[in-house]
Design a protein around this ligand. Sequence first.
Ligand code: NAP
Length: 354
Amino acid sequence: MDKLRVGVLAATGMVGQKYVSLLEDHPWFEVVYLSASERSAGKIYEEAVKGRWHMEVEIPEAVRKIKVENAADIKSARGCDFVFSALGSGPAKELEHKYAEAGIPVVSNASAHRHTPDVPMIIPEINPDHIDMIPIQQKNRGWEGFIVVKPNCSLQSYMTPLYALHEKFHVKSAVITTMQAVSGAGYPGVASWDIIDNIVPYISGEEEKSEREPMKILGRIAGNEFEYATEPKISAHCNRVPVLDGHMATVSLQFEEKPEQEEIIRIWENFKGVPQELKLPFAPKHPIIYRREQDRPQTRLDRDAERGMAVTTGRLREDAVLDWKFVGLSHNTVRGAAGGGILNAELLRAKGYL
Ligand code: NAP
């Protein structure tokens, strides 16, 4: 199969850098185009990220000398089969629309279009069928391109385990407390003075996203738009904590029909996620890992499970108020951002949309 020619919008930021490093040697996709703000436009990539390359691997050779374009210059991306967008929400709102209009599909991380009524918000293990909205979106807008988004990184540490149980036992309500890494705020993010020796119990907009986005993901296509689910009711508390990567969540669930403890663990351990026959390169073999040790998952020890693409759960025990409680963990810039975007694009490729 010929590799698809891909671009990365906002390639100089924290998520953009993750895309660039994770896409090195990708079997289906080849990075041929990089863009960012006008501040970086015109520089070669290695110059544009000089002094702010935050990945643990070197800048891939193949992209070092690519000239960074201005993301607002849509014409400069004409040679791309599709683009990954790591744009902030402000610029994403207008620009992603323009790319789709120009016939260039956009696989986005930004929140700008998450609640646009005909834009699918995908976690491939949960709602792959939502990509059936793409032809409807294209017809609605008269576009040849399209926009597909992924949800906020904070959801990723509990949505798949919650969904795996919801399918069978119907989760009625969930109380979720997240402990989110500083990389989730990009670079430079939270000032070191504010986060070292500290926990900040506020991340702008995050609790609303954590409560509302699952409803679209668990919803369904109804005509020209998505109909949101009405349950589970979710109450979220989101905190910024002094770790670099890895969002952890403690979760309490109430069910319509309370399952047995071992049944929950069996469901998680047997959860297959994306059909294996699609052979998506970034799909984790075990999307949900259950750790039986009493002190796991831990951020540093478990965030890289399955190359950062799995959710690790643990500490499943009875909840004195609701039914069951557990801990979930996922890598926020891999599964929660660039890796999740790449998996979405792989699904789109496997289903013939790219
Ligand atoms: P970041 O490190 O602050 O990087 C911002 C990027 O956006 C840079 O590449 C910057 O380019 C570019 N940019 C800024 N203004 C622009 C404009 N007007 N036009 C074009 N490009 C512009 O932010 P980040 O952490 O990578 O986050 C990027 C997006 O991903 C956000 O929407 C965020 O909410 C989302 N997200 C982040 C995470 C995470 O864990 N970090 C997870 C999920 C989703 P210059 O270098 O030229 O300024």
